[in-house]
Design a protein around this ligand. Sequence first.
Ligand SMILES: NC(=O)c1ccc[n+]([C@@H]2O[C@H](COP(=O)([O-])OP(=O)(O)OC[C@H]3O[C@@H](n4cnc5c(N)ncnc54)[C@H](O)[C@@H]3O)[C@@H](O)[C@H]2O)c1
Length: 374
Amino acid sequence: MEKDNMESAKSTLTREAPSHTAADAKLQVAMVGCGGISEHYMRALAGIGRVAVVAAVDVREDTLAHFQQRHHVAQGFSDYKKMLSSIHPDVVCVCTPNLLHAPVSIAALEAGAHVITEKPMALSPDECELMIKTARQMKRKLGVGFQYRFHPATQMLKRAADMGQFGPVMLVRCQAMRRRGMPNWGVFGQKKLQGGGPLIDIGVHVMEMAHYVMGSPRPIHASGNIWTFAGNRPNDVPCMWPGWNWQSHDIEDLAVGQIRFDNGAVMQVEASFIAHIEKDQWNFQLSGSRGGAAWDPPQIFTNHAGTMVNITPAYLPTMDFDGLFTAKLENFVQAVLDDAPLEAPAEAGLAIQEMIDGIYRSAAAGREVDIPAR
Ligand SMILES: NC(=O)c1ccc[n+]([C@@H]2O[C@H](COP(=O)([O-])OP(=O)(O)OC[C@H]3O[C@@H](n4cnc5c(N)ncnc54)[C@H](O)[C@@H]3O)[C@@H](O)[C@H]2O)c1
């Protein structure tokens, strides 16, 4: 079977038209990278009536063929540049390893497509800046896959922050801590392909939702430390994802960092795939002059009628992982078709990348570093 345009994959397609290939679809979407996270994209896109996924790209022939069969996507490619010149999609979803987020996004934008790229936005702030510049030049939307800002708890805290219920936020503590949760698929243990470990992979999510709730202040200084002590040696302790490739593991196992912002606020970050802690933590807590909050469980801490009170929501909608992907892709489609504001724009991706890059630079330098203004 030829790698590109795998026509033979079509022979196994069913004749039924799934909802994401409806004839009245307005946006022609191409998926680049057909691994784990692309499945969440496909489930979300299938529920959004105004899109049709028309092409898929993956360098792994078997992965691509299975993806095409499963999702009834007629056009398959091993080379995203060939896909762009043959298909001219309206939208490209970038779901590759992190190393490719920038080059694929830039090529897609230059080919005239709107782009939503998975997190982290890229490997460095410079790459993010080039992506933003290209999107502006091409007058195309560029979104980042920060789905946690659509979470009902994040939205609750964002509304409270926007109403001034916390006053100026002084301190935010972000935790993305797994006791033993080193991904055992893909290339998550390889620094040159991913740019780092748990800080850039999962810390990024908690940082992005906390930064969003804080009102997106500009990061100006970073300090941090990273350690590798367990992922790069054999692990015989039973865990949820056993058997990761420890021989090629060169990322950190544990990262801590502190970011100073231009408004005087400070963010502390802890991220780990492997930490000797009681249980996993996925949370942020903030403290302002008038009130504070926690994300999980969602609570607001303040004074009321002369009493310290903890406010808990009487009702919040539940939203599972697929629901978060539906929310982020619905917002992206609305931004492209209706010019709605992007809730997770590229500028947010750049700010988070500056913080992550600052923590890694500080860890390497052994001192606090500046985050230059751009
Ligand atoms: N938003 C989230 O919650 C979330 C969760 C998991 C992963 N992610 C992100 O999604 C991205 C992919 O992660 P994953 O878990 O799907 O990894 P994965 O390894 O399962 O999938 C990546 C796919 O990209 C393919 N690929 C590699 N090089 C390619 C190329 N040149 N052209 C086309 N395809 C290529 C691989 O063959 C693989 O199938 C990463 O950036 C990751 O950080 C986001």
